[in-house]
Design a binder for this molecule. Sequence first.
Ligand code: SF4
Length: 417
Amino acid sequence: MGEISREEKLRSIAAKRYLGETSQESLALKNRPDHFPELDYFLSLLEGDLSPQRVAERVQKPLVALMCLQAPLELFHALGFHPFKIFGGSVVTTRLSSPVLPPVMCPMLRSALGALMLDRSGEDGNSPWKAWVAPTTCDWVVKLDDLLELCGIKNGCPSHRLELPHLKDRPESQERWLEEIYALKKFLLGVIGQKKLAAKDLQRSMEVYQKAFKAFSALIDLKRAGKISLAYFLAIANSFFFAGIEEWTENLKKILPKLKEEKPRQGPKVFLAGSPIFFPNLKMPHLLEEAGLVVVMDDLCSSERLFPGAAFFDDLSEHGLLKALAQRYHQGCLCPTFADNDRRVNNIIAPAHKDLYLGVVFHVLKGCHPFDLESLSLEPKLKDEGLKFIKLETDYTAEDSGTLLTRLEAFRSSLAN
Ligand code: SF4
């Protein structure tokens, strides 16, 4: 009994600190000199309570928890769900899950699991989660059920695995992935007790996402021109799952004219690659800025790679639409967990991109093995192309900030030579 009340006490302290952490980072973003009021919509989505209940109340739809971005978001939307990508950028929640998890483990997942440990919504039978969907990407995600068990998290709702073919250029893999998308559709229909998905509904949802992608592409263009800081860009991308897509897109369209008027940021331009960065852990964007580096392009799945691109279609049958989605999400994904993924390096060194920046900053979260491994093969290829390269390995704590800043400042000087 004593042990339980101690756990409860720790949980309540952590919940308060988590609220404080998100509010503090949001306030810091509001106090920047380049802040303007239209950004507050996105910052308000990220501040304070980030619980799934709050999201469900806002979007007025049942939530499906999603690990990684390979499952077509349009499919969830067409069936009346709000897909919510499970992520974690909080150092507070990292501390909550750490005692029961392996010592060297991806801090992003550690943080996400800690946040789920704080979530008590399932206990009164009113959980906002209607289902869980996990594509088999990196080993940590593959072992998700074990991790949930270690953390004492019971999702209490149906869950589904998407077996991701890791050799994506093979036609057999593409066929297998289409079968996985069909299986996901069947699973989601089962959750809502329906037998059929109307092709018209899916087409409508694909059009909704096309509009969002168009607005997001315009934001990316402004980043290329140095007109938005990485911190604000990330805040906008990270807020994506906290609101309905239609509302988020409309608010994104509102800030574009304002950003066009901004003066381009001055400083050596760089490409940011590697492990994802999530609010409120904006340590790396702040350090890059402090070192005087301007990030004009990135390939983070929490940032520019939020969308694998828009899914275009001319076959309006259900099969035609599902095939278009399967292709887009499989072929467009740049996750390093694919074995044949030259597109990641080609994305950086493509002639249309390479002239935009002088060097590549490679961000690796300790315990994130796919990106750590990839950095080793990427470095010589980039150097052959005349691009400077720096790898920064870090976690969610602030202790290494001084060292990281010194290294980034030295990197900045090397870009001038
Ligand atoms: S790819 Fe890296 S950041 Fe993403 S879940 Fe796996 S270990 Fe974590």
